[in-house]
Ligand binder design. Structure first.
Ligand SMILES: Cc1cc2nc3c(=O)[nH]c(=O)nc-3n(C[C@H](O)[C@H](O)[C@H](O)COP(=O)(O)OP(=O)(O)OC[C@H]3O[C@@H](n4cnc5c(N)ncnc54)[C@H](O)[C@@H]3O)c2cc1C
Length: 352
């Protein structure tokens, strides 16, 4: 059985390893845009220069899995067409192309590898005393603003968002806001309407000086599924059945950020469980058994606040927030466990 996995982030790498392990006789080929596995949840560290987040793909994938570096341009009837024109035939395909950014012109996105590399270079070249504006008050914006503020105390860091840290609530949210204040990040309750060299214009019309403007919002998914004629939801994610198969072509599984699971938000927290569920569904189908449905479950929202602080607020399985949370050193350790644990589970294709 030929299995092609498109994308080798958390979902794709896990799915490839799990299929190679569980589906007898599967020939697995992974197609990824670059030769490294990028720990996307640590891209803010890449930006601030506080950590390396790329690992050669070979170290993340089981022996025997073939790797093609390139971009899949179109998925047809049992074929995936690469940007070099070659077609890969498949019996089953796992679509795991993740999510993307829609950055305002004049800003540098931190949510993609290419953007994070550019941000890192521009930040390193920024003279002391300059102002860095981070757009977005969700986890990506807060992690970026605090990481940069801690790593570069010689810069002025500003966070622009209608409501900073609104992914958290109660005492956990207050903790995140206090960390921004402690790291002298100026929080501006507004939106950035326009960005150009050296300045930003806010929604209120105010103009502010900005030596570098970082776009800290992840939104949208690559249009590969839509372009290939698969049914997608309003956000462009693949519409799937209970076992994560495309409702247009059941040979295709969608996992991770690009899967249109109702109630799911972007997160590595759901990428591995979806990859596991889809790979196990294929293993059961290959044995002539009924696949088991995937069940969406959340556990926590964890936001790092520089290298020495973090906050992790627990959630109910439906992602609604509980009051309980971890803070300080315990939350830092928890977040580190998320990084290292996710990498380990992805490589071993276990747990999740
Ligand atoms: C700074 C930051 C912090 C975050 N923190 C957290 C967190 O604490 N907790 C959490 O749960 N989530 C967090 N997230 C979100 C999390 O990173 C994503 O939800 C997760 O990476 C999704 O995994 P994925 O495998 O679906 O996609 P990705 O990890 O984005 O991987 C997709 C892969 O597909 C490749 N690809 C795309 N298109 C093609 C193509 N056409 N052909 C071939 N390859 C292609 C890409 O190059 C990439 O390698 C964070 C995100 C950011 C940016």
């Amino acid at each position: 059985m030929k299995v092609v996995v498109v994308g080798a982030g958390y979902a794709g790498a896990f799915a490839a390893n799990r299929v190679a392990k569980k589906v007898k006789g599967a020939e697995v080929t992974v197609v990824n845009a670059r030769p490294e596995f990028v720990e996307r949840i640590r891209l803010h560290q890449q930006v601030a220069g506080t950590g390396a987040v790329a690992t050669p793909l070979g170290a993340m994938l089981r022996p025997g899995i073939a790797v093609r570096i390139g971009s899949v341009e179109k998925i047809g009837d049992g074929t995936a067409v690469l940007d070099d024109g070659e077609s890969l035939a498949f019996d089953h395909l796992f679509l795991a192309v993740g999510s993307t950014v829609r950055a305002l012109p004049g800003t540098v996105p931190v949510g993609t590898w290419e953007g994070a590399q550019q941000a890192r270079d521009e930040l390193a070249a920024l003279p002391g005393g300059s102002t860095v504006t981070v757009v977005g008050g969700g986890a990506t914006g807060i992690e970026t603003a605090t990481e940069v503020a801690e790593a570069r105390p010689d810069l002025r860091v500003r966070l622009v968002a209608p409501e900073a840290a609104d992914c958290l609530s109660g005492a956990a949210r207050r903790r995140a806001l206090a960390a921004l204040e402690r790291l002298r990040v100026e929080v501006v309750a507004d939106v950035v309407a326009e960005a150009a060299a050296g300045r930003v214009r806010l929604g209120s019309g105010r103009e502010l000086e900005s030596g570098l403007t970082l776009w800290g919002i992840v939104a949208g998914v690559p249009d590969l599924a839509a372009r290939s004629g698969l049914e997608v939801d309003a956000d462009g994610r693949v519409v799937v059945d209970g076992c994560l198969r495309s409702v247009t072509d059941p040979r295709i599984f969608a996992v991770g950020d690009c899967a249109g699971v109702v109630g799911a938000r972007f997160g590595c927290q759901t990428a591995a469980p979806q990859a596991r569920a889809a790979a196990d569904a294929l293993a059961r189908l290959a044995e002539g058994r009924e696949p088991e449905p995937y069940e969406l479950r959340y556990a926590a929202r964890c936001v790092s606040l520089g290298r020495k602080d973090a906050v992790a607020q627990f959630t109910h399985p439906d992602d609604s927030l509980k009051d309980s949370h971890l803070k300080g050193f315990t939350a830092v350790a928890f977040k580190r466990m998320v990084f290292t644990g996710t990498r380990y589970l992805t490589r071993k294709a276990v747990g999740a």
